[in-house]
Design a protein. Structure first.
Length: 133
């Protein structure tokens, strides 16, 4: 794994006029540049800008799409038909929402990014989030 530097994260925030939630910043600091976590999904730092436009394209192809909130950050996409996002509303650990092609709404999948991450780690690696494998 290889994480992002504080300078890289601050530069991204400045260029895009946003502030990343603290929980997500910690994730990027640990794994933002290189990771084998969730292979096949797009969630690395260099993919963030593209994820936003891919999500908009996916929604535009829907017959009655929901509207992605203006302050949403899509942080994970998978195979061009689903994505995860949270709203940049100042929460240090925002809830995570999910969109699947063909659905007409967003689904809350975790009360916080940290909760989503713990669940994704359990799903990916097994165990109970307590170091058990």
């Amino acid at each position: 794994m290889l994480g992002c530097s504080e300078v890289e994260l601050a530069d991204f925030e400045q260029r895009h006029g946003l502030q990343l939630p603290a929980s997500y910043r910690r994730f990027l600091r640990a794994t933002g540049k290189r990771s084998e976590f969730l292979m096949g999904s797009d969630l690395l730092f260099h993919e963030l800008a593209g994820l936003q436009s891919e999500a908009q394209r996916l929604l535009a192809d829907e017959e009655e799409p929901p509207s992605l909130p203006k302050k949403a950050l899509v942080f994970c996409g998978h195979q061009g038909y689903q994505f995860l996002f949270f709203e940049l509303a100042g929460a240090a650990d925002p809830e995570v929402l999910y969109f699947l092609q063909g659905r007409r709404d967003f689904q809350v999948v975790a009360a916080s990014f940290s909760e989503w991450l713990a669940s994704a780690v359990r799903d990916e690696y097994g165990g109970h989030g307590d170091g058990a494998q």
